[in-house]
Design a protein around this ligand. Structure first.
Ligand code: DAO
Ligand code: DAO
Ligand code: DAO
Length: 205
């Protein structure tokens, strides 16, 4: 399957394939500004999608387009998100002092804003169901690996260092979460370009 990809600033390494058939499309860095003063590197991430499912669900229709055309094609983007394709975002924590409280509040801010964007107002419940998975006693020190996977049936499953901590079935939550990485205003623009290119390359094969 080839050499792992290494995120240059943090050295975090991402295998090209996980879970048998999920292929790495692109990697990036999640930063956060603290008190408007400085930017901290919080985690490196890799976005994976199921190779076979991408091909079988999208190739026929989109295999002939160029990367540049796909990027302009809103239908394509909608279809990728709406199809029941298995995807994973793997996070490798690089910030050494993450508390569960700060994870919760960052999540409410980032995912919360997307829930609002895509779902309207009454999504407090959903947000709470998700964040209540994060027990206060969990620790996510530097080097922890978190997998957030969208599984069949629009289930968002969370694993910490390979151990499942919970799962929630919600198309809106899956979409809102993925939007952080591949949406209109992503955490890392360069990563998004890589992901688009990776996806288009898979479709050509
Ligand atoms: O120490 O207050 C601080 C800064 C913490 C920044 C937290 C950012 C959290 C980002 C989400 C991490 C998800 C694993
Ligand atoms: O970077 O703002 C963000 C969103 C990251 C989502 C991370 C979810 C982390 C779930 C981990 C639970 C840890 C106990
Ligand atoms: O920004 O609205 C837009 C269009 C961009 C298209 C991005 C498609 C990226 C989809 C990646 C899915 C990962 C499997």
């Amino acid at each position: 399957p080839g050499e792992p990809s290494v995120e240059p600033k943090t050295g975090a390494s991402f295998p090209t394939v996980i879970d048998g058939s999920q292929r790495l499309l692109g990697i990036g860095l999640r930063k956060k500004s603290v008190l408007g003063l400085k930017n901290i590197d919080v985690y490196a991430f890799g976005v994976y999608a199921d190779d076979n499912e991408i091909k079988s669900l999208l190739s026929e229709k989109y295999g002939k387009f160029l990367v540049s055309e796909l990027k302009e094609n809103k239908n394509f983007y909608e279809e990728v998100l709406n199809q029941d394709i298995r995807m994973t975002v793997r996070l490798q924590i690089v910030y050494g002092r993450l508390s569960i409280r700060s994870v919760r509040s960052a999540f409410e801010e980032s995912v919360g804003s997307r829930l609002q964007k895509f779902g309207g107002s009454d999504n407090k419940d959903l947000l709470q169901r998700f964040t209540s998975q994060f027990k206060d006693e969990y620790r996510i020190p530097r080097g922890s690996v978190l997998d957030l996977s969208k599984e069949h049936g629009h289930i968002l499953r969370t694993k910490i260092d390979g151990k499942e901590v919970g799962s929630i079935q919600s198309k809106l939550l899956c979409r809102s979460f993925l939007d952080l990485y591949i949406g209109e205003d992503p955490f890392d623009r360069h990563a998004k370009e890589e992901i688009e290119f990776g996806l288009a390359t898979l479709l050509e094969k």
